[in-house]
Ligand binder design. Structure first.
Ligand code: MEV
Length: 306
């Protein structure tokens, strides 16, 4: 049996603005999705996750099944397998769980079948799987989860920047939402007020550029300040919600350096950075306000064979 894992991620700065060519910074976190593969003599793929065991001929576990289908078709190999998934990430909460499950499955199949795909190849193939399942997908999610660390995304260009190991506290609202609907919502607002919304988007790009410098300097106070500015700008794009704002203000009140949405907004998750005793204070405040608090760290680790 082969077991592989891949990390979730947060957007430090720049989500939504990145859709319009502005830079964004995303980073892997130390919460992972684990995929185990046991090859079988038949040609069926069965997936066990969330206390269910299903064949890959229904509408569930679509990323895992699409990854197996892609490997079968691309490498012209017919195989049967029992695939089981365990996750430290809540799904559909803006933390990159679908990209992580996709790439950890691709890696586990590649290792089991002796294909030997490397992290960048897995990232590319993972993006194809996400496109197949979702219709549209950003390349950032599968790249960050494949190679780990902090990634600066500018249009189609992506490069690693100096990794800063910071603790973070995530607050998941439990509210699921569609990324493409939220991207569309911003597009509609931009159509209505092209100059105004265009300026907000440029400002977010400027926040990311400052954020990159602060990350390189390791200036946590500066990073927190810029997270708060980024959040204000995202709020003006109308993608924050009362539930997210409650968690964000709660985290700030509990001593966070800064707090903002991660990802598309409209639900999903926020994250905060804090240090020392304030980490537990922020986590307690998030729990008290009805969020799922997840204490994590930024992580330099991408996919791995465990
Ligand atoms: C969603 O995780 C991030 C967005 O910027 C959309 C995208 O980049 O594809 C909102």
């Amino acid at each position: 049996m082969i077991r592989c894992s891949a990390p979730g991620k947060v957007y430090l700065f720049g989500e939504h603005a990145v859709v319009y060519g502005e830079p964004a910074i995303a980073c892997a976190i130390d919460k992972r999705v684990f995929t185990s593969v046991e090859l079988k003599d038949d040609d069926s793929v069965r997936v066990t996750a969330l206390n269910k065991r299903l064949y890959c001929d229904n509408q569930e576990f679509r990323y895992v099944c699409a990854a197996a289908k892609m490997i079968k078709e691309l490498y012209n190999i017919n195989f049967g397998a029992d695939i089981s998934i365990e996750s430290e990430l809540p799904s559909s909460q803006g933390l990159g769980s679908s990209a992580a499950v996709t790439v950890s499955t691709l890696m586990a199949l590649s290792e089991s079948l002796g294909i030997g795909l490397k992290d960048y190849e897995i990232a590319k193939l993972g993006h194809k799987v996400e496109l197949y399942v979702q219709g549209t997908a950003s390349q950032a999610d599968t790249l960050v989860t494949s190679i780990g660390g902090m990634i600066l995304i500018t249009g189609v260009e992506m490069s690693k920047i100096n990794f800063l190991n910071l603790p973070i506290i995530i607050g998941a609202t439990g509210i699921t939402r569609s990324t493409s609907d939220l991207v569309q919502k911003v597009a509609i607002l931009k159509n209505r007020y092209p100059k105004l919304v265009g300026s907000i988007i440029s400002c977010i790009g400027e926040v990311t550029r400052h954020g990159k410098s602060k990350l390189i300097e390791g200036d946590i106070t500066g990073i927190g300040e810029l997270m708060d500015i980024n959040q204000g700008l995202l709020e003006s794009l109308k993608i924050s919600t009362l539930e997210l704002n409650n968690l964000i203000y709660g985290a700030r009140r509990a001593g966070a350096f800064g707090a903002k949405i991660t990802g598309a907004g409209g639900g999903g998750s926020m994250y905060a950075i804090a240090q020392g005793a304030n980490i537990d204070k922020v986590a307690s405040q998030i729990t008290l306000l009805g969020g799922q608090a997840i204490k994590a760290h930024f992580s330099d680790r991408g996919i791995s064979v465990d």
